[in-house]
Design a protein around this ligand. Structure first.
Ligand code: FES
Length: 582
């Protein structure tokens, strides 16, 4: 042989599913090895060593993950160092800023791509390269349904955005500047300067939005190495993490440390508590529940309320605070937060490095108490998620009190109804809109089936005539999600959604609604008889496309209260070796 290794060795005595492809010394083994050799692989990589799939969401249309080809090379170095054989493969990439109508429509589709790509190919373990919002849950969902040893390498946040002498944050500062331009407080030239300075390095949004929240969830779940969440993409230590991930996955395969051994109920409970401590995005609710659903872990909305209720927010990061992920890393990152709330956590929960979450964090140090607060003197009293129920949300809705206005948490008001997002856009700027600050803005048909795809439009802009009064918040209720960078007294994920015939569909202008956060209630003051009468007149909305994936999605998507997965994707199939292809 050209590489001097002699003939292939039969590796039947070695573990791993990849030997079903590369082991046999017959026609099929020839085919599997020979075509791989055209990439320059020598004989010894087929000797039964762990084959590590590197699941890559690189795409130039997903700028947050634009550096992932280089990151994958560092993972490969680690895999080679430990005697494994790395194979990189692409999957559908979900870029938050460009994809329409919403990346959430495609989260489940991407998870199918991941699951089937893993199962169909010769892999013994998997590294997931994740960054932009939906790339983290979609890859974890797909991998969870396969059950192989799996580790996540997050791509890291961008460096702090800069505009002149100040730090600016992804999303949060954009909304602020946009309002300033509209209000004549900022010139268009300055706005363009800010645009150039905000996203000045590789990486995902550097506020504590959904991407940073999900990277933190990865670490809290035990699926990433310590400090995985906060190291900026541009910091050379991100490459070190990638290399260590490559090394570790080879050992995980040898130890048969499969994903189900890490993603236990205790791990999810830890993640929910950490989400409260970081003041994380409401989007973590649907993503963690969808991942849990793939593993058969019973996770409910009530777990979020129960575990997040008393969890103080310790992290002073935008959108609710002042700093950004780069500062968070320098201050000690997630291990410093985990150490602060350690007494609440399941300390023995296993993580990918073979140590418990507590072993990984007990010696963590906080270097800046203005970024990571002490538990006894928190940044905010509560960072958790509240679950509301009542005749308007029989199976649940959520609200993030730390993002809301205290005085509005107990509120009764008249409904101002928008039938869908187009109706809202058409009506909200109408100077004749009959709306008062005490009213409740209600948006329908923006849930999973409704939009379709469950978009982040729940934090409705206030009508100009309300803003003109100096009012900055009103109670808003919808079946939509909200961007992790947004805030307000916003009731989200109302289930069942309007497009599925939920009570939300029956709300009419002028109905009275009561929000009772202390009592966890959300009530529409309309009699059951009247609601039945309205229901008889109701018909479901029709979507924009009635074929292909849109149809599959709307026919099968589950409601927000269970994670909005497709009904036939819940659960897992493992990764048995499929029958031969030829
Ligand atoms: Fe990709 Fe925010 S747009 S993480």
């Amino acid at each position: 042989m050209a590489d001097g290794n002699g003939s292939n060795r039969n590796n039947d005595n070695k573990p791993g599913r990849s030997k079903a492809w590369f082991g046999p010394m017959d026609r099929d083994g020839f085919v599997h090895r020979s075509w791989m050799r055209n990439q320059g692989h020598p004989t010894h990589v087929f000797d039964g060593r762990p084959v590590i799939g590197i699941c890559n969401t690189w795409s130039e249309l997903t700028p947050c993950n634009g550096h992932f080809r280089e990151l994958a090379e560092h993972v490969k170095r680690g895999v080679y160092e430990m005697g494994g054989f790395p194979v990189e493969f692409p999957v559908m990439s979900l870029g938050e800023t460009l994809m329409r109508p919403t990346t959430m429509l495609f989260r489940n589709l991407a998870s199918m791509d991941v699951e089937e790509s893993i199962r169909a190919n010769p892999m013994d373990g998997v590294v997931l390269l994740t960054g932009c919002d939906k790339t983290t849950p979609s890859l974890l969902m797909g991998a969870a349904s396969c059950g192989l040893p799996t580790i996540v390498c997050s791509g890291g946040p961008m460096l702090n955005g800069k505009f002149r002498d100040r730090d600016i944050g992804s999303g949060t500062s954009v909304w602020e500047f946009s309002e300033d331009v509209r209000g004549g407080k900022m010139t268009l030239a300055d706005f363009m300067d800010a645009e150039a300075g905000m996203s000045r390095s590789a990486g995902h949004c550097m506020t504590m939005g959904t991407a940073s929240t999900m990277a933190s969830m990865v670490e809290a779940l035990g699926m990433g190495l310590p400090s995985n969440a906060a190291i900026p993409a541009a910091d050379s230590r991100r490459k070190v993490v990638a290399r260590m991930v490559g090394q570790r996955i080879v050992d995980m395969v040898k130890e048969n440390l499969t994903i189900d051994k890490i993603l236990t109920k205790e791990a999810f409970e830890n993640a929910i508590m950490v989400n409260g401590a970081i003041g994380g995005s409401t989007n973590a609710v649907v993503h963690l529940m969808a991942i849990a659903g793939r593993l058969g872990v019973e996770l409910t909305l009530d777990d979020w309320d129960r575990l997040g209720r008393d969890m103080p927010c310790l992290v002073n990061l935008m959108p609710s605070g002042k700093y950004l992920m780069e500062d968070f890393f320098y201050a000690g990152g997630l291990p410093a937060v985990i150490k602060e709330i350690g007494d609440h956590l399941h300390k023995d929960a296993l993580t990918v490095n073979g140590q418990s979450i507590w072993e990984n964090s007990k010696d963590a140090v906080c270097y800046d108490r203005d970024v990571i607060f002490e538990k006894e003197k928190p940044f905010k009293d509560s960072g958790g998620i509240v679950v509301l129920r009542g005749n308007l949300a029989p199976t649940g809705a959520i609200l993030k009190p730390s993002a809301a206005t205290e005085e509005l948490l107990q509120h009764r008001g008249r409904a101002i109804v928008f039938e869908d997002i187009d109706h809202f856009k058409e009506k909200v700027n109408d100077p004749d809109l009959d709306v008062n600050p005490d009213d409740v803005l209600v948006l329908k048909n923006c849930g999973p089936k409704g939009y379709p795809g469950f978009p982040e439009v729940g934090n409705l802009e206030l009508p100009p005539k309300i803003l003109a009064q100096g009012i900055t918040d009103m109670v808003r209720i919808s079946d939509a999600r909200m961007s992790g960078t947004a805030y307000g007294t916003v009731v989200l994920h109302t289930s069942p959604e309007a497009a599925a015939g939920g009570t939300l569909a029956l709300v009419r202008d002028g109905d009275m609604i009561e929000l009772d956060v202390a009592g966890r209630g959300l009530h529409l003051e309309v009699s059951d008889e009247e609601l039945e009468r309205r229901r008889a007149e109701w018909s479901p909305p029709t979507g924009p496309i009635d074929r292909g994936y849109y149809k599959l999605y709307t026919d099968h998507v589950l409601q927000a209260d269970t994670g909005a997965d497709l009904d036939f994707l819940v659960g897992n199939s493992g990764a048995p070796v499929p029958r031969e292809s030829h």
